[in-house]
Design a protein around this ligand. Structure first.
Ligand SMILES: CC(=O)SCCNC(=O)CCNC(=O)[C@H](O)C(C)(C)COP(=O)(O)OP(=O)(O)OC[C@H]1O[C@@H](n2cnc3c(N)ncnc32)[C@H](O)[C@@H]1OP(=O)(O)O
Ligand SMILES: O=CC(=O)O
Ligand SMILES: [Mg+2]
Length: 356
């Protein structure tokens, strides 16, 4: 473990100073595209106007014989596109793969000034982050970068989950963590065959009435990912970094996708991955607080004055703890409003109505 005294010192001579705080930039959707896919690449300039984060994916879902094309495609897209306020991220290949070294050398050298965050898959423990941390510092120094690249880990191995707290705190570069339900299911030897979402077999059933075991016993499907998402959220909150839901692979099932995203939002996640354009509006809707909740939060904050004591609003007790929750919602709304004028209007109208 690094000494707290030198945690914020650069890991290579000439590398930029590490950040002391992770910027809470809007990142409701991390939209994945394959930079070697011409159709997807052609949509990037338009998508940049619609999403908070664009991610050039180099790992799984890119065929082995397209890895180089994806890497080079990302370099040329990054150089030729105006991303405005939209962040550009990449997902590199896994640390044991034959491609990752060239991914990092090429991307940091060629487009290190355009990239915001590097997503690292299949992280097992702090040692993986330490490896990337030092290598990035060396490459940043060589490329003369002034701004450090941030690192995002995917939680998709059983070891990663067991070590999630040390991963979250492994480096000042740690920006966030995403749930990777597909690889995690495989790593845990779960008996699912899906990319995220629930399973009809994972359920609880009401008790029998008398001796009849068959009739009237309602079943409730449970969330396979509750434990992992909750644990990830705690690890991230503890270290001041951001938690995200990951992929929802049933593109057609926009209803269950929205449910899964909302569960993650309510538990503390700030965003999710979007794999297909149809998921972008779902993520925007779910990960932007509802105008009614924003109006309520602003009303509680106004009524609570300096934030101490207790007041009654519409029959509900408010005190220091509820005003803190309201501040989370109100601050998120303020941050999103600066990026999204439609949301800003909806929040202000709902607030006026609530305070009238
Ligand atoms: C477990 C994990 O690791 S998840 C992360 C890795 N996986 C990914 O990144 C997957 C990314 N998404 C995809 O590859 C695709 O969306 C697929 C394969 C799921 C579906 O692709 P398609 O069969 O082409 O879907 P569909 O026909 O509905 O696409 C409609 C249009 O949207 C485009 N499109 C689809 N996905 C994307 C995307 N992620 N970004 C931009 N455009 C897209 C298609 O190219 C198509 O364009 P066109 O109208 O010009 O022909
Ligand atoms: O990479 C994501 C996953 O679910 O696996
Ligand atoms: Mg994966």
């Amino acid at each position: 473990m690094r000494s707290p005294k030198d945690f914020f010192a650069p890991l290579a001579v000439g590398a930029p100073d590490p950040v002391r705080e992770i910027p809470a930039l809007p990142s409701r959707m991390i939209h994945f595209f394959d930079p070697s896919n011409e159709k997807m690449a052609a949509k990037v300039p338009d998508l940049a106007k619609k999403v908070d984060v664009l991610l050039g994916n180099l790992e799984d879902a890119v065929r082995a014989d397209r890895k180089e094309a994806a890497r080079n495609g990302l370099v040329s897209i990054a150089k030729s596109t105006d991303f405005g306020a939209t962040q550009l991220w990449t997902r590199i290949n896994s640390l044991d793969s034959p491609w990752v070294l060239d991914d990092l050398i090429t991307l940091v050298t060629e487009i290190g000034d355009k990239l915001d965050v590097i997503m690292v898959p299949k992280v097992e423990g702090a040692q993986d982050i330490h490896y990337v941390d030092r290598l990035l510092a060396q490459l940043e120094a060589r490329a003369g970068l002034r701004r450090p690249l941030l690192v995002h880990a995917i939680l998709e191995t059983a070891s990663g989950v067991a070590n999630v707290e040390e991963i979250a705190g492994a480096s000042p570069r740690m920006q966030g963590i995403s749930l990777g339900p597909a690889d995690l299911a495989a790593s845990r030897r779960m008996k699912t065959t899906r990319v995220g979402g629930g399973h009809p077999g994972y359920l609880v059933r009401t008790d029998p009435v008398g001796d009849d075991l068959e009739t009237g016993r309602t079943t409730y499907q449970q969330d396979l990912w509750h434990y992992t998402v909750a644990r990830m959220v705690d690890a991230c909150a503890m270290h001041g970094i951001l938690p995200y839901y990951g992929p929802f692979g049933d593109i057609r099932d926009v209803v269950a996708c929205e449910d899964q995203f909302r569960n993650a939002f309510l538990l503390g996640c700030v965003g999710t991955w979007t794999l297909h354009p149809v998921q972008i509006d779902i993520a925007r809707r779910v990960f932007s607080p509802d105008p009614k909740d924003v109006a309520w939060a602003r009303r509680v904050i106004a009524a609570m004055g300096d934030g101490t004591g207790a007041v009654m609003i519409d029959g509900k007790m408010q005190d220091d703890a509820s005003v803190k929750q309201c501040r989370v919602v109100a601050e998120l709304a303020d941050a999103l409003a600066t990026r999204d004028p439609e949301l800003a209007k909806a929040y202000d109208e709902a607030t006026k109505e609530a305070l009238a």
